[in-house]
Design a protein around this ligand. Structure first.
Ligand SMILES: [Zn+2]
Length: 138
């Protein structure tokens, strides 16, 4: 079952402002993670205020616009120790699963999921384009 780092994130997950497609995307990724690796993803970031976003030196506004969900591999070692040992290769594999399934409409320029090291460390970043629902690849 998909996990949440804290109750604030659980509330954000259910907030009507979150783009609904993200719930489908993250649950699909989590389903894949559980079947392939027998571990659940942990949601670590959804909404960011513009101020928090600027403090992270992020040039992207996907989090302040409720268009992104992060699942991190660190920061909750004390609460969920079994859920933090994801390797970069495993995260890349989960990202590939999502990106082979769905397309934002911007091709490789803007994948639905990426796992490069950026921002707050190793995490999966799921996003949807502004006003543009992702499409299943044919
Ligand atoms: Zn992110």
């Amino acid at each position: 079952m998909l996990q949440f780092k804290d109750s604030k994130l659980t509330a954000e997950w259910h907030d009507a402002k979150l783009r609904p497609e993200l719930r489908v995307i993250v649950l699909a990724a989590n389903g894949y993670a559980e079947l392939r690796y027998e571990r659940s993803l942990v949601v670590s970031s959804i909404y960011r205020t513009p101020e928090d976003n600027a403090a992270l030196h992020s040039k992207s506004f996907t989090h302040p616009e409720w268009r992104a969900v992060d699942c991190s591999a660190h920061g909750f070692e004390r609460v969920k120790p079994a859920l933090v040992d994801w390797t970069q290769e495993e995260f890349d594999d989960i990202g590939s699963f999502v990106n082979n399934l769905l397309d934002t409409g911007f091709g490789s320029i803007m994948p639905v999921c990426y796992s490069e090291k950026h921002g707050t460390g190793k995490h999966l970043h799921f996003q949807v384009a502004k006003g543009n629902p992702p499409k299943f690849r044919s």
